[in-house]
Design a protein around this ligand. Structure first.
Ligand code: ADE
Length: 233
């Protein structure tokens, strides 16, 4: 899978994507990332990409032309038009289900907004989908784009090793995870639950399922309700 990111801060995006599990997956060729600087497509002598909003008001608006030209260059370079997602608090809130659907696409592109927004016309012209990472506002779309890229990339086959495999997570069908413990068996007087030391796999599974249910009921009653009704999100 390929993920192209259109941003004013490509170095910030590469810094994150080249690290850790995602960086390793890129090195072994399981996934490909490319970041594109929207400013490179400015036609302005001073490489400006923003201007004041028509009608007045605070802040600066990213102009349509550099974004459009940047996306066109991405399409031409790849010989395909990737599904383009614009990160905005006005989008549909990201879910695991949508991340899984996106992970099955061979190529996506993510547009990071900045300043007070993006000229609406370029959104109408090229954006396929608007996604929010939650009901709060960040200063730019880079962190949301990286959240989306990470959530999608880890679901692409070959990105996670067997020991990291996410399939175990879906085991308990959209419940929160049970608590986890590692050595030592006693730490500051706190003991690891005895059942986990028993070696009895069926009992361990049952304990984990119960813990997942209890946690979800207390912490996320909305998810719990959906689970007991047998609904899938
Ligand atoms: N840009 C700023 N805030 C955002 C959010 N919550 N989700 C997606 N993009 C954003």
């Amino acid at each position: 899978m390929k993920i192209d990111i259109l941003t004013l801060f490509p170095d910030m995006c590469y810094a994150v994507l080249n690290e850790s599990i995602i960086g390793r997956a890129k090195k072994k060729g399981a996934i490909d990332f490319e970041c594109h600087n929207i400013r490179d497509y400015s036609l302005d002598r001073l490489r400006r990409v923003d201007d004041a909003p028509y009608g007045g008001g605070r802040g600066m608006i990213l102009q349509a032309q550099p974004i459009f030209d940047c996306f066109e260059a991405v399409c031409n370079k790849n010989g395909v038009r990737p599904h383009l997602i614009y990160m905005t608090p006005q989008g549909k809130v990201l879910t695991q289900k949508r991340a899984l659907e996106l992970s099955k696409m061979s190529h996506i592109a993510i547009l990071c907004g900045h300043y007070e927004g993006v000229d609406e016309r370029v959104i109408e012209e090229i954006v396929d989908e608007e996604i929010s990472i939650g009901d709060y506002v960040l200063t730019g779309g880079e962190l949301p784009a990286l959240v989306l890229a990470d959530a999608v990339a880890r679901l692409v086959p070959g990105v996670l090793s067997d020991s990291e495999c996410f399939e175990q997570e879906s085991h308990f069908e959209e419940l929160l995870e049970h608590p986890q413990y590692t050595r030592p068996a006693v730490w500051r007087g706190r003991e690891v639950p005895e059942v986990l030391l028993s070696g009895h796999h069926a009992k361990i599974e049952e304990w984990r399922r119960q813990q997942a249910l209890e946690r979800t009921k207390i912490r996320r009653p909305d998810l719990y309700e959906r689970h007991v009704k047998g609904e899938k999100e």
